[in-house]
Design a protein around this ligand. Structure first.
Ligand code: DP6
Length: 335
């Protein structure tokens, strides 16, 4: 065991959304999802096992963190330790000092938990010398936060729906970063943290929304249509199912009790702008996660035009442009 490991991971944005879990343990998704891993935004995490520590510690962007974020870190480290045959025999896992930094807003609907748990799993695998393969790490992270399973792979990535009592479910690569030179422009509409986290949002939706069953029924065919369009690099065919997946996810949440509305005025204005761009012939489509930002996909040749149009929308604070990015990977740890 080297004792220390460092890793970088990027967020991924789902073009076909994961929203909902199967009943029972294991955090198994109730629908299949398909995402694009992004460069341009990153989480960097360092894990140091320290035999003298009494509990795991977490610093997020320089601030000490406790509560649920730290518990999730402990859950992932415990699971990694238990999974590795090299470490399972060591009864007591040493506690870890975890330091993580995002270069984009945390917990605001920019998918920070995806990059966070992917970076953590890779860094801990290094620090512990656990020797786990990427599919194992993706499965372990999926149990803590399902979208993070996809950030282990670059480019276009899929995660199947779970099946009851399934033991192992990892994401897998559908096509590498070089497959299709799309750009994703994020229209940031709020710099604060979102009010309802995605775990809580999807649990409440499943428990109370009359439209949840309809969403679970519709999601697989939207996933299939997105998958087909991605493999064929057919942007026109991508637009409909990408937007419908996002809108159906939000519709089911809006109908929960109490209703979950992630959007603000600028979210709606940015949607209108994307549709106006398309009406005048610019290929662009939007998706929205559990937050108010609008993420717009467009072929590389139109990225500058789309970014300028979004920047001009009232309430859009700034835009971030991202390309397809690589999967989570280890870095050389600081000594
Ligand atoms: C809207 O992966 O954050 O971003 O498994 O409960 O941690 P947990 O949920 P999480 O949900 C992400 C939801 C989404 C859509 C997506 O990424 O597919």
């Amino acid at each position: 065991m080297t004792g220390q490991g460092k890793a970088i991971a990027h967020p991924n944005i789902a073009l076909a959304k994961y929203w909902g879990k199967l009943d029972g343990p294991g955090n198994l998704p109730s629908v299949p999802s398909l995402s694009l891993t992004l460069d341009g935004m990153a989480t960097t995490t360092q894990v140091t096992f320290e035999p003298d520590l009494r509990e795991d510690t977490l610093r997020l962007d320089g601030q000490s963190a406790s509560g649920r974020p730290r518990e999730r870190v402990t859950e992932l480290l415990d699971a990694l330790w238990a999974r590795s045959s090299m470490l399972g025999s060591v009864a007591q896992r040493p506690r870890a000092r975890v330091e993580s930094a995002n270069d984009f807003p945390t917990a605001s609907g920019l998918a920070s938990s995806a990059s966070a748990f992917a970076a953590l799993a890779v860094a801990a695998n290094e620090a512990a010398g656990a020797g786990l393969q990427v599919a194992d790490l993706s499965d372990l992270a999926r149990r803590i936060s399902a979208s993070s399973a996809r950030s282990f792979f670059g480019g276009f990535v899929e995660l199947a729906a779970g099946q009851h009592a399934e033991q192992q479910l990892a994401a897998r690569s559908l096509a590498p970063t070089s497959h299709w030179s799309l750009r994703l422009i994020v229209a940031v509409t709020d710099e604060g943290q979102k009010s309802v986290g995605s775990t809580e949002g999807m649990l409440r939706t499943a428990a109370t929304s009359p439209y949840y069953a309809a969403w679970v029924e519709a999601a697989p065919s939207l996933f299939d249509a997105v998958r087909k369009a991605v493999l064929a690099r057919d942007f026109d065919a991508l637009v409909g199912p990408v937007e419908q997946s996002a809108l159906a996810m939000h519709a089911t949440s809006i109908a929960a009790a109490p209703g979950i509305i992630y959007w603000n005025q600028a979210t709606m204005a940015a949607i209108d702008r994307v549709r106006a761009l398309r009406a005048r012939g610019t290929p662009a489509c939007f998706t929205i996660d559990a937050g108010p930002h609008v993420k717009v996909l467009t072929p590389e040749a139109h990225a500058a035009e789309v970014a300028a149009a979004l920047q001009d929308v009232p309430g859009v604070l700034r835009t971030i442009a991202a390309r397809p990015g690589e999967g989570a990977r280890a870095l050389v740890a600081a000594s």
